[in-house]
Design a protein around this ligand. Structure first.
Ligand code: PLP
Length: 475
């Protein structure tokens, strides 16, 4: 393809994009292809000769689109959303057009300085104090890994990277049972070992870590000659929105000099609304905080905001500068690749700039508030149905329920069949999780184009389908 053909295709694809977003609600949310169908539709060998874009685009529509689950569907109530708002898509288009690799300030000063400014806009939007510095990571998993490596290095007086962990007193990291598996992975990758990730019991409706149990666990480890290194807190956990009592847990961690990381990957976006900040009181005492604008702030994947009270700790952990990466004579500038595990970096700040300017913080807050309120209305309606039980209460826009018709047996199986039947139906998309061993169904709202009617439709779909499922009687 030649560049002089580009604008024609650019126009066609941009019209296609607008049409797709405006009509995506007419499709079943979850892809209906069978395993292997797309693979088998793709030739086993690459073409030797180039092909016109016309045919490639035709195949994109024919082969690819049927195998897409529509994450931008207004009735996508599964997992957490991954919004691609219109200004974000435009910004990504531009970022991919200029395609800079932004590892160092000098490899694109605009990208670095835009990132500094955007992260400070977000810091202020979250009402974090001045002094917190931000970096955009590719994912919350990467940010959590960076935080775990930092807590490891601090605990080992910066000798872990050099000497490894062999022969060291085992390091201990504390979290609740509700944290995301990215925490487990970070612990594995950091060499700390799964057995040294201490699961502190939870309590209360928020399913948050018990601070007294946290302190008891730390003390027991100290008595046993182990080496406490850090605490990872959860604000808006994946399954049920579990949220630790942030201030009390941070106080315990600080008492023992432990590094702290707060994973608010999903719920952090909501903290641009002052009324939700009571969910993380005292968060300004944390060392590291992560949230994903790519989940709930309309900035498409990937865009993860990582705030650090003292970025020097992170840089001391991760920075490495062979001669080819040195920027002689440019002291005092930020090279963000020293703040993250990958070296290469995309120009992610551009889409934040577009989105925040296009909606304004008030526009973003309005969307989040709608999601929370509509989700609570749906919760209230389902709670009034005698054959449904609310299992965990609304945390922002997320809550869980279970279908429990009188005299039915095998409720785990029944609820799994229900969620599968709902997703096969295609009008809405939900996912399941387990709460205290029971299979439950999750509901969360967070798609940018969702309307109140979309959320209301979920009530009809859930109740209609549930009541037509065969329910085995109790023996
Ligand atoms: N933490 C929480 C609470 C999550 O819900 C998720 C993903 O849904 C993650 C971390 C991982 O996010 P990422 O995909 O950005 O690594």
């Amino acid at each position: 393809m030649r560049w002089d053909e580009f604008s024609e295709w650019g126009k066609r694809i941009s019209e296609w994009t607008q049409h797709y977003h405006q009509t995506v609600g007419q499709h079943p949310v979850r892809a209906r292809t069978e395993p292997g169908e797309v693979l088998n539709a793709l030739p086993a060998k690459a073409p030797e000769q180039g092909e016109p874009i016309e045919g490639i685009f035709r195949d994109f529509e024919r082969v690819v689109m049927p195998g897409i689950t529509h994450w931008q569907h207004p009735r996508f109530f599964a997992y957490f959303n991954s919004n691609a708002s219109a200004p974000s898509v435009l910004a990504e288009f531009l970022a991919s057009a200029i395609a800079p690799q932004c590892m160092l300030w000098q490899t694109s000063p605009a990208a670095t300085e835009m990132e500094t400014r955007m992260m400070d806009w977000l810091r202020q939007a979250l009402d974090l104090p001045e002094g917190f510095a931000g970096v955009i990571q590719d994912s919350a998993s990467s940010a959590t890994l960076a935080a775990v490596l930092t807590m490891r290095e601090k605990a080992l007086n910066w000798q872990g990277n050099r000497q490894g962990l062999f022969g060291q007193t085992p390091l201990r990291v504390y979290c609740s049972s509700e944290v995301h598996t990215s925490v487990d992975r970070a612990i594995w990758v950091a060499g700390i070992g799964q057995d040294n990730l201490v699961r502190v019991p939870i309590k209360g409706d928020w399913r948050g870590m018990d601070p007294a149990a946290l302190e008891a666990a730390i003390r027991a480890d100290l008595d046993a000659g182990l080496h406490p290194a850090g605490v990872i807190l959860c604000v808006g956990g994946t399954g049920t929105g579990a949220t630790d009592p942030v201030d009390e847990c941070l106080e315990v961690a600080q008492k023992y000099g432990l590094y702290t990381h707060v994973d608010a990957a999903w719920a952090g976006s909501a903290m641009i609304c002052p009324e939700y900040r009571h969910y993380w009181p005292g968060v300004d005492q944390a060392d590291s905080i992560v949230f994903n604008p790519h989940k709930w702030l309309g900035v498409q994947f990937d865009c993860c905001a990582h705030f650090l009270k003292n970025p020097d700790d992170l840089v001391q952990t991760l920075a490495i500068s062979p001669e080819y990466l040195k920027t002689h004579g440019q002291d005092g500038i930020i090279n963000y690749s020293e703040w993250s595990v990958p070296l290469g970096r995309r120009f992610r700040a551009l889409k934040l700039w577009f989105v925040i300017r296009a909606y304004g913080l008030e526009g973003l807050r309005a969307r989040l508030r709608n999601h929370v309120n509509w989700s609570r209305d749906l919760h209230d309606r389902l709670a009034a149905e005698p054959d449904f039980r609310i299992v965990t209460p609304p945390m922002w826009s997320l809550w869980t329920f279970r279908y429990e018709p009188a005299d039915a047996a095998g409720l785990d199986d029944l609820n799994l069949r229900l969620v599968n039947a709902i997703n096969d139906d295609g009008r809405i998309y939900l996912t399941q999780t387990r709460v205290d061993g029971d299979m439950v169904i999750r509901f969360q709202a967070g798609q940018f184009e969702t309307t109140e009617d979309d959320v209301r439709m979920a009530f009809d779909v859930i109740t209609q389908i549930a009541r037509t499922l065969p329910t085995p009687p109790q023996e």
